[in-house]
Design a binder for this molecule. Structure first.
Ligand code: FES
Ligand SMILES: [Fe+2]
Length: 394
């Protein structure tokens, strides 16, 4: 009789893999499971990916008024996104400059006119400057200008707030532009959807028991589409080929089935196309990934905006906003449910598959191959391994 002793929490199980065989050009080995399961690699992901990238963390309209804030995570760091009195969105590390207490535990709310640490009452303006501290006039060495909150770089794009802990990082546009060009061949296609002018018609948050990389990889390939997405492939028949839009080549969009008028559960088109679209955008579906944490679906009458928040090594929170034109939403008969339903069904199918992969990674025999329809994932592997300093594929 043999018994198995679980590994202590926080320590990874020792993994063994079968010796790698030559697989031929059609078959590319998947990444080692430790990248998806090992708490040590999770820390590496947080430090080298999420603390060095522009991350989409909130909608700008979540902080509409001066003093409004949301607390978000960027890697291992807690960050406060705050609307200032100047009307601008600012971001600060959630860290008091006195003795390092976190300033805020609530996920969102309003600071009013000041950000006050509850411990010793050091108080900061919405612009991050230290404005008051008990006995401050008796401490000439305490120069207010030296003790402002640690600023975090922040930009707004597409109606969302993006932060980057890396003070030396290039502007957000430099992170996303190469990805848009590689995916669509031109930024103009993406820009025509006018995402920054759209409004949220519906939001669903999914808690996915899967590493964030599994979720991204699933978005990239459509080899699974024929087997797990009957509703999606009925609307977009070419997905049955195993190639989606991300894996379909530069500029690829998927044509709607001739039997449907819109990308919706019923197949009906319920809204006019978004303003700014051209006839060539009609009846097309595009998927666009903006690493590391955004996936966007473009269809003529709406946009679905996916934002990933890695929670821990085996959990990812995915928030999906369905975005519509304000004109469409102002109509008495506006109802997003038909558009929401087809994608919600698809998302649940996808996330179930991601969770199955994550469970499989617990096996000491875990491994596998990317078939040609999935080779697009090697682009993600290359980017990821470069980011974490492991250029050679393991
Ligand atoms: S730790 Fe914030 S005021 Fe002392
Ligand atoms: Fe899918």
């Amino acid at each position: 009789m043999s018994t198995t002793t679980p590994a202590p929490p926080g320590r990874s199980l020792r993994r063994t893999r079968p010796p790698r065989r030559a697989t031929g050009p059609d078959l590319v080995p998947v990444l080692d499971g430790r990248y998806y399961t090992d708490p040590g690699w999770w820390e590496t992901d947080r430090r080298l990916v999420f603390e060095r990238s522009w991350l989409c963390v909130a909608r700008a309209d979540e902080v509409p008024a001066a003093g409004d804030f949301v607390r978000v995570d960027a890697g291992a760091e807690s960050v406060l996104v705050v609307r200032g009195r100047d009307g601008q969105v600012h971001a600060y590390r959630n860290l008091c400059r006195h003795r390092g207490a976190v300033l805020c535990l609530e996920p969102r709310g309003s600071f009013g006119k000041r950000i006050r640490c509850v411990y010793h009452a050091w108080t900061y303006g919405l612009d991050g400057r230290l404005v008051a501290a008990p006995n401050i006039h008796d401490m000439p060495d305490l120069v207010k200008d030296d003790f402002g909150l640690h600023r975090v770089r922040v930009e707004q794009w597409l109606g969302y707030v993006w932060v980057n802990l890396d003070a030396a990082a290039e502007p957000l546009r430099e992170q996303v532009r190469p990805q848009l060009l590689a995916r669509l061949g031109t930024e103009a296609t993406f820009d025509r959807y006018g995402i920054g002018d759209l409004a949220v018609g519906h939001t669903i948050t999914y808690d996915v028991a899967s590493n964030w990389k599994c979720v991204i990889e699933n978005f990239m390939e459509c080899y699974h589409c024929a087997s797990i997405h009957p509703e999606l492939t009925a609307a977009l028949p070419q997905f049955r080929s195993g190639y989606g839009t991300v894996s379909g080549g530069v500029g690829a969009g998927a044509a709607f089935a001739p039997t449907i008028g819109g990308f919706s559960r019923s197949g009906r088109a319920s809204r006019a196309p978004l303003p700014g679209l051209l006839p060539e955008d009609d009846r097309l579906f595009y998927g666009v990934i903006c690493r590391p944490n955004v996936f966007v679906i473009l269809v003529p009458d709406h946009v679905a905006f996916f934002r990933l928040e890695p929670v821990d090594v085996t959990h990812t929170r995915v928030t999906v906003d369905w975005l519509f034109s304000p004109d469409a939403m102002a109509r008495q008969d506006f109802d997003p449910s038909d558009a929401v339903e087809i994608l919600d069904i698809t998302n649940r199918q996808d996330f179930d598959a991601c969770q199955r992969c994550q469970l499989g990674m617990r096996s000491s025999a875990y491994g596998g191959v990317l078939v040609p329809a999935e080779h697009v994932i090697t682009e993600f592997y290359d980017w990821y391994l470069t980011a974490v300093g492991e250029r050679e594929r393991s």
